[in-house]
Design a protein around this ligand. Sequence first.
Ligand SMILES: [Zn+2]
Ligand SMILES: [Zn+2]
Length: 237
Amino acid sequence: MKCIAEYHTHTKYSDGKSTMEENVLFARKIGLRKIGISDHGYMHKGFGVKYRDYPKMKDEIERLREKYQDIKIFLGVEANVLDDRGNIDVDDYIRNYVDYVMAGYHFGSMPPNMRGLKNHVRNFIKPLKPREMDYNTRALVNAMRDNQIFILTHPGDKGDVYIEEVAKMAEKTSTVLEINAHHDHLSKDQIDKIKHMDIKFAIGSDAHHHTHIGMTQSALSRAHSAGLSKKQIINVI
Ligand SMILES: [Zn+2]
Ligand SMILES: [Zn+2]
């Protein structure tokens, strides 16, 4: 199994170390057919994209498309799942600039209310009680229910979830679930529980440096050991 497209990479626009062009050049170098830039949503404290940067990012993507026509280049976003009500930090203005929206749960995100903040703390302290598992599950399920999300990133990372419930909504909304090489989720156990369902998976490096693009071995081996077929994964051959 080989990864031929990367949708999950970061740049200096959020907490990545490289420029968009460095990411694109490296992706070409390792023979990818598609490269997506997906910096953190603006409500990620400290290193989310600046809200006002989207037009500039889009311009840069268009310049790179012109310059490197042998690879497909996309502008995406890794939005933050903000609470259990389906809120993510993407609005119509941002949708207007990006080609796709991914979303995931991050400790660095700023919940819009006290309940969300308390849940952050409980997730951080661990071990989780069913109440927190329910909250985390609802957060991902409602995010998919209320927003068009292409890929749900590292489901269960930082805040564990009932993965079957998450997968049911993914099936209903055709949301792709990510097997992230940088984080341990989806894990083999999680994949085992949901692999019989009518859902698709994506491999993601979550590269924060251009030379980490394509470093997807750990994710590929999880997919392989869980027995996923190439047909179930959108970005491998
Ligand atoms: Zn993430
Ligand atoms: Zn990421």
